[in-house]
Design a protein around this ligand. Structure first.
Ligand code: G3P
Ligand code: CA
Length: 332
């Protein structure tokens, strides 16, 4: 089977169908055919990397229902934002394992609440092992794209995410440039450090905020290409929304990134209407991203992304065949 023309990253697993960042969400994404599964990583008090989008876990676990952990509720400033709740860095892995996961968006994804209370918070090592076992079982590559969350915050607590990340990658022998892994971060300091320590592909995430404006200039992108393989912009940076929240012509970002030698993976395609542009459905959005030249998409519904990407491949073949026909049908 040819590699897909656009790589499908299952965003937090198949998170449109199962509570995000659970082994079951990742397993379903693999069953659906995702090329890559994505865990966001935070640290426990004893330095174990676990998969959560935030280090504050009251929105995605039943921690508030555990009276024995009531005294851990606190308020702290994380990356400049005041947050109140329970934090992974205040719980040991053993304590975290007494909790059960919940759907983050119950009003958007009520079907996923059927799985509330069933699954534990997985460790990064367990996710790596799932990918390795399923890759052997299915005879295909299943890559993992961990994102370090709040690396500066954790480093300030003496819980630097880089050493345990490297230890986990070394444990499975995924340290080379061809390892099925791509480490992502919105911060560049930890990516530059990783570049010095390991050869795996890196993803520089960006957002539409002004903080990334200089990074997205041609000179900034060339600089990013000295340590990263991929640029990971917000999808609106590639397909800007108009006043009516519709999409139209793409920005120059994909071409600019390609000119700097970077591949582009955009986040995040979600099928529910509130996340979509006003003028297309999810397949329309995916088709527009593929047409804009992206190399990868993060998707909460990886099955839908695969359908659209494969449809684009079929269209390409059809157009290629049509273009070839006059030469192929030479007469005389
Ligand atoms: O890592 C890609 C995308 O997931 C970045 O945003 O907030 O969903 O982790 P977030
Ligand atoms: Ca992420």
């Amino acid at each position: 089977m040819d590699p897909r023309p656009v790589t499908v990253f299952a965003h937090r697993g198949a998170s449109g169908y199962r509570p995000e960042h659970t082994i079951e969400a990742y397993r379903l994404a693999i069953e659906m055919g995702a090329d890559v599964i994505e865990p966001d990583l935070v640290s426990t008090r004893d330095g174990v990397l676990v998969a959560r989008h935030e280090n504050e876990i009251s929105g995605t676990t039943d921690v508030a229902d555990h009276p024995e952990l009531a005294d851990r509720r606190t308020t702290k400033v994380v990356d400049g934002v005041s947050v109140t709740g329970w934090f992974t860095e205040d719980l040991t892995l053993a304590e975290l394992r007494t909790l059960h996961t919940r759907e983050r968006l119950p009003s958007v994804r009520p079907g996923n609440t059927l799985y509330d209370g069933l699954y534990p918070v997985p460790t990064f090592d367990e996710i790596l092992d799932l990918a390795r076992i399923e890759a052997v079982r299915r005879g295909r590559v299943i890559a993992v794209a961990p994102e370090t969350k709040h690396p500066s915050h954790f480093a300030s607590l003496g819980l630097d995410l880089t050493p345990p990340l490297l230890a986990s990658l070394e444990r499975v022998g995924w340290t080379g440039a061809d390892a099925p892994v791509a480490v992502q971060s919105f911060e560049s300091g930890n990516l530059r450090e990783l570049r010095r320590l390991v050869d795996v592909p890196l993803v520089q995430l960006t957002s539409a905020s002004a903080a990334y404006a200089r990074m997205l200039t041609p000179a900034g992108l060339r600089e990013v290409s000295t340590y990263a393989t991929w640029l990971g912009p917000e999808k609106s940076q590639v397909l800007p929304r108009d006043a009516a929240n519709g999409i139209g012509a793409p920005s120059s970002l994909v071409a600019d990134a390609h000119a700097a030698g970077l591949k582009v993976v955009v986040y995040t395609v979600r099928a529910e209407p509130q996340f979509l542009p006003s003028n297309v459905d999810v397949h329309g959005e995916l088709a527009a991203l593929v047409a804009a030249g992206v190399d990868g998409v993060f998707a909460d519904q990886p099955d839908l992304a695969i359908v659209s990407v494969e449809r684009a491949r079929t269209e390409d073949r059809r157009l290629t065949l049509r273009a070839r026909r006059p030469r192929d049908l030479r007469v005389g």
